[in-house]
Design a binder for this molecule. Structure first.
Ligand SMILES: C[S@@+](CC[C@H](N)C(=O)[O-])C[C@H]1O[C@@H](n2cnc3c(N)ncnc32)[C@H](O)[C@@H]1O
Length: 398
């Protein structure tokens, strides 16, 4: 397995962003930190929407103050946007800001202040003749700077913009907003099974890029049976492996560590869906989520499913429906099955069209109190109950 060093660096920077990040920046290296931050800002800038860049590329320099010196980096925004270390020969504009301030604004929590001391030097601001051919420099710079403040991209729009089928073919994004919205600001580890693009090494990654934009502080790991290393970015890691291979599934925990969100959009073959859930639900942190997409295949013979045997635990839906009994395992009467690790840590289950979301936590509220009648009360018994402001009175609780 090849490793992607960038996501370790970027994760360290995200975790340090709000505190005293100087030491981490020195470890990662100030020029490397500058490169990672500028790469992130380009990713948030949607520069392909700025007209005129193919005719007149724009160069924007970053002068980033750190440890008494200046780290320079620059962006050349043309047909595509590239960034390079060092100062450019000539720049249309220069963004001057403290490196740690830029780090905090880019990778800190949403309430972190934006760059108060950021200044922009427009190089041709007094020369209207020179400026007239490169007016779009304003759009480029505004969009690059916006990456330090913009937080509210809508997931359906991001899905469309990135070419994912999570809205339009499927209608998953509103459900995702409901479950993922409260977590957006966190430094998350996200795993999506199934990167897309199948055998084409350069194709796919639409949803990985969507998640990267939606979760500005997350590192996203994509898993696919094909090698997708070409799609790696500082906050996007790719791992090659077959979800049908138990040894590969077992190795993911060691490779990735604890996970906040798993999204299974892989083969959709029922045995793979079940094996992945069994292997990976345990890796999800308390408070995290496990999502399974495209559950329609649970009803299709060609995916190991069945439209007749709908409760068969060998089908994805049959297996997942069975988990619901685990939610109330503490209230099962004698003879109920022993709870397994999933039952002990499953705290919620939400089903939508072809999509299911499972909450990970600690499912140990304790059984219902013994004084709650285990047999339905008769009308007379209910009539005799004395109901005080604080619940059933002791003498009516037998
Ligand atoms: C539906 S696509 C994923 C789309 C992507 N998540 C998105 O929303 O943009 C499914 C991917 O799963 C991969 N896949 C299929 N079978 C697999 C297996 N057994 N193990 C790992 N990946 C597999 C395919 O190569 C394909 O790229």
């Amino acid at each position: 397995m090849t490793t992607n060093r960038a996501h370790h660096e970027v994760r360290a920077l995200i975790l340090a962003a709000e505190g005293d990040a100087g030491q981490v920046v020195r470890q990662v290296g100030a020029p490397r930190t500058a490169a990672l931050l500028v790469d992130e800002l380009i990713g948030r800038a949607d520069l392909d929407e700025v007209p005129g860049l193919d005719r007149t590329p724009i160069t924007v320099a970053f002068d980033l103050a750190f440890d008494g010196g200046t780290v320079s980096h620059h962006v050349v925004a043309g047909k595509s946007a590239e960034h390079r270390p060092g100062a450019p020969a000539a720049a249309h504009a220069t963004i001057e800001v403290d490196l740690l301030e830029l780090l905090r604004a880019t990778y800190g929590a949403w309430r972190a202040p934006s760059c108060q001391n950021l200044r922009i030097r427009w190089n041709d601001i007094e020369d209207i003749a020179a400026l007239s051919s490169s007016m779009h420099v304003f759009h480029v710079v505004q969009r690059l700077v916006r990456g330090t403040t913009e937080r509210h991209a809508d997931l359906s729009e991001l899905s469309l913009r990135n070419g994912s089928d999570k809205w339009g073919l499927h209608y998953y994004t509103p459900h995702y907003e409901r479950h993922f919205g409260p977590l957006r600001d966190r430094p998350l580890t996200i795993v999506e099974l199934g990167i897309g693009g199948y055998g084409d090494p350069a194709a796919g990654g639409a949803s990985l890029r969507m998640w990267k934009r939606y979760f500005p502080r997350a590192v996203i790991h994509g898993v696919d049976i094909f090698d997708k290393a070409a799609l790696r970015e500082p906050r996007i890691d790719t791992i090659q492996g077959d979800l049908s291979d138990p040894a590969f599934l077992a190795s993911l925990g060691e490779r990735i560590g604890p996970i906040d969100i798993v999204i299974d959009d892989g083969s959709h073959y029922c045995p793979d869906v079940i094996a992945a859930f069994r292997a990976m639900f345990g890796l999800v942190r308390p408070g995290g989520l496990y999502v399974v997409e495209d559950l329609q295949t649970s009803y299709w013979r060609g995916y190991g499913g069945s439209s007749e045997r709908r409760d068969d635990p060998a089908t994805s839906m049959g297996y997942l429906k069975k988990l619901l009994d685990g939610l109330t395992h503490e209230d099962h009467e004698a003879g109920g099955a022993e709870p397994d690790d999933v039952a002990r840590t499953l705290t919620g289950a939400h089903f939508y069209r072809s999509l299911a979301v499972f909450d990970k936590g600690v499912n140990q509220e304790g059984p219902s109190p013994s004084w709650i009648p285990r047999t339905r009360m008769t009308y007379e018994e209910m009539t005799d109950v004395e109901w005080g402001g604080d619940g059933l009175k002791a003498d009516s609780q037998e």
